[in-house]
Design a protein around this ligand. Sequence first.
Ligand code: 13P
Length: 252
Amino acid sequence: MRKKLLLGNWKMNKTPAEAREFCEKAGEVVSFAKAHDVDLGVAPTYVCLQTVLENAPEGLIVSAQNCNEHDHGAYTGEVSIPMLDAVGIKWCIIGHSERRGYYGETSEACNAKIKALLAAGMTPVYCCGESLETYEKGETKAFVAEQIRTGFAGLTPEEAAKVVIAYEPIWAIGTGKSATKQTAEDTIGFIRRTLRESFGHIAADIRILYGGSVKPANIAEYMSEEDIDGALVGGASLDPDSYKALVENLVK
Ligand code: 13P
């Protein structure tokens, strides 16, 4: 049985004071998630990680949004996995389309980060998803399969099982134009079959989230699909009331 997961990606939003305010209002939603057997987390910016760790109710997963695959060295502006580990971070988003699109991150680079995170005993949340152009050309599956194969290259089935995948079609991110539940399930089911080719039966244990304009009003639709195990949510996760409504509707 795959445990449901809701992760709020705060992207470049919230000061530490705003992050603390969110945490102060999160007690009820964290208890609700626990009671309903849902994993619940947020991914703040680096500067807010410690604030959230110190102020969040126990049980809230706190994830970084990125990391560097090297332990230390001359990589200005970067943060390493041992540094995240040292402050108590155990999860990290990898390969978000904004990082791929604005900062040229490749699936090969993601693969190195995933391996380094797994070696450190951390959980990578590996993002994949196609552009509008690729979608309109009908090439979504070939494109996403390549992202998955490259991102997971060299992993053992046991390692692969520890990675969470987030399928986020770029055309649905922040646009209000969410994928239909059928489109999301079609691609996510395909991702699971692709994983099965490389990792066998363990593919059934890998959690795959949908992301892209998920709101309290549409999250339940996605959760009714067999292969969708939760959501990676941007905009609608920022406000504590909306975040709470997402979790409530996820379990409906
Ligand atoms: P929105 O929920 O704002 O569309 O963002 C999705 C996303 O990119 C989450 O990582």
